[in-house]
Design a protein around this ligand. Sequence first.
Ligand code: SAM
Ligand code: DTB
Ligand code: SF4
Length: 357
Amino acid sequence: MSQALVDTVSPATAPKKARANGDARGEPSGESSRDLRHDWTLAEVRALHDLPLFELVDRARTAHLANFGAAEVQLCTLLSVKTGGCPEDCAYCPQSSHHDTGVGAEKMLNVPEVLAAAQRAKDAGSTRFCMGAAWREVKDGPAFDRVLDMVKGVKAIGLEACATLGMLNERQAKKLADAGLDAYNHNLDTSRAAYKSIISTRTYDERLATLRNVRRAGITVCSGGILGMGESIDDRCAMLVELATMSPHPESVPINALVRVEGTPLAALPPIDPISFIRVIAVARVMMPRAMVRLSAGRAEMSRETQLLCMYAGANSIFFGDKLLTTDNPEPDADASLLRDAGLTGMAPAPSACSGA
Ligand code: SAM
Ligand code: DTB
Ligand code: SF4
């Protein structure tokens, strides 16, 4: 990792505008202001989506600049702490035991291994560390207790801690909150209507119930979806309506482009058109102006220009590190060059991430 990028995330480069949504600060979202809407209809979101591209991007940029610094991008690192062998049948996922992808069931990582990776991520310039497990749901017991220790350790290093472990009840969410977890990622993935063609082993309502449990425990909500799974434009808009009619809005909205993995049922789909992808980023930014819109999986197949237009249209976070969970992400040096060439800087750590609490 180049020293120049590490330098950009020193507190001296703290954002001109503080992140307004309370993400990673353990605060309730600051959602009292009138510019936040929770009553979006599919028809108006579709109209927004279909605006001439530059008009849509202008609106997104205005919403972005009202809430975030113009040039700041949060760097986050992902780590799969329990890989493969998952009983769910998510059609996109290389870790499902229903698909023959070459990703086998591995042993869970131990706490020191995870904390060593978290320290490396911090040293490389990341301010958020997200731990993923190929589980249908959290089960009480030693594996969950180990995750709690991982969360405590990641916080002690001074990073925002995020986890994505599948479904969760309220008591388990509370335990994660007590361990210091800042955010829980649980994606809606797509619209309610399209969901059934992607996953049969759990319902959309179960996903929403997990998100409610996360919210009730005081953990910030990270929820978004995947584009390029054969969904319609209305499906994309309907997914954003589900998210933006939550009150408060999710603090984080990851938008993934499908990583087409050989052996999954979606492997032969065409890649999503970059302009279609950028439109969804821009619509998400307009609808949820204070959320972190996270340009997530799929960047390895995107041009530099597509990625930069996503950031101009409101994406302000990327996964940093050469691997996502099981698939490739751009090399850190390539990302450092991308940000440097565009005059973008890594976002400074949120105060709570520095406390070691
Ligand atoms: N097992 C947990 C769950 O599903 O909630 C957590 C891990 S799961 C891998 C986290 C998210 O990764 C999924 O909800 C999905 O949105 C995303 N994901 C998985 N495979 C993907 C792929 N091939 N392309 C893009 N995103 C993917
Ligand atoms: C999210 O929305 N995308 C990340 C994170 N949340 C956990 C996961 C992407 C996984 C891509 C496929 C893989 O690497 O296995
Ligand atoms: Fe399992 Fe999560 Fe992959 Fe679905 S997305 S198969 S729940 S690891």
